[in-house]
Ligand binder design. Structure first.
Ligand SMILES: Nc1ncnc2c1ncn2[C@@H]1O[C@H](COP(=O)(O)OP(=O)(O)OP(=O)(O)O)[C@@H](O)[C@H]1O
Length: 262
């Protein structure tokens, strides 16, 4: 479908005046931003400001209280439930824990979405699983169980599952949480490969500022007090050029802390 003129040709998602909350509690209001095709877009901000809530709404798990969310120029929340499911097939999601089924091997975990949502035969699924695992450098672990692999490997397996159905829009919630700096840097490289090799658009929620400085092209900074966005831009630009004291302190404090740990 062609993008309407109001949506920039390079924007794959547009959030406009979005208000999110639970019951009568407003978490964020009046959020507006575009996510450009083939970019890595960071949702930033302090603990509890609503980053995961924004992600939750963008993947279709939380209906906004107000505002507009367009995917490829189509209003997501005005679409029927059936249509939203179709749009959702473009989404691949990596949850914070990696969230693999512990009773299934890595290969079976990656095969699961294909078995659930396609009519591919077992042989084709096995070949696809092999391809996806090779892409994330995890082919050697195809027959291992999640308990037999490291946290970093579980994240990679989670990425393979997120791209199992050829999703072109990926959502990563704290992908480097709990990983050591080297494993985290390798995961960053994998995320860049997904953008550059597959042309994926990636929305990422992360506290790991060094990782965001290294990979994110654009982003939004959410404030817990005013409950709205107080800055837009690439994390490294906000770090280097923001004259907002709060953003400056946030970006630089965290960078120094992590530099010290590395
Ligand atoms: N299902 C829910 N019902 C009610 N309140 C919720 C629900 N989920 C989250 N919240 C509240 O929404 C606020 C934002 O939470 P959210 O997890 O989106 O923040 P976050 O920025 O991702 O936090 P963190 O950085 O700590 O992971 C918090 O006050 C949280 O308690």
């Amino acid at each position: 479908m062609a993008a309407p003129s109001s949506l920039g040709a390079d924007a794959v998602m547009r959030v406009e005046g979005l208000t999110l909350g639970f019951g009568s509690k407003i978490i964020q209001h009046d959020l507006s931003f575009d996510v450009k095709r083939g970019s890595i877009f960071a949702v930033m901000g302090g603990s509890g400001c609503g980053k995961s809530t924004v992600l939750k709404s963008m993947i279709g798990l939380l209906r906004p209280k107000a505002g507009q969310y367009d995917v490829q120029g189509e209003s997501y929340w005005d679409a029927s439930a059936e249509r939203r499911t179709e749009i959702g097939h473009r989404f691949g999601v990596l949850f914070q824990s990696g969230a693999l089924w512990s009773s299934m091997t890595v290969g079976e975990n990656v095969a699961l979405p294909m078995q659930m949502f396609t009519r591919l035969d077992d042989h084709t699924i096995r070949r696809m699983v092999t391809l996806k695992l090779a892409l994330v450098g995890m082919l050697h672990a195809i027959d291992l169980y999640p308990s037999e692999i490291s946290g970093g490997m579980r994240k990679r397996a989670g990425v393979a599952r997120a791209i199992a159905l050829d999703a072109d829009i990926l959502f990563f919630d704290e992908p480097s949480a709990g990983l050591d700096p080297i494993t985290s840097a390798r995961l960053d490289e994998l995320i860049l490969t997904l953008r550059d090799g597959l042309g994926a658009t990636i929305v990422i929620v992360s506290h790991e500022l060094p990782s965001l400085f290294a990979i994110a092209d654009d982003g939004v900074f959410l404030d817990a007090t005013t409950r709205t966005a107080i800055a837009h831009g690439a994390p490294r630009e906000l770090r280097d050029h923001s004259d907002d004291p709060q953003i400056h302190a946030f970006m630089n404090r965290n960078a120094q802390q992590t530099d010290g740990n590395a």
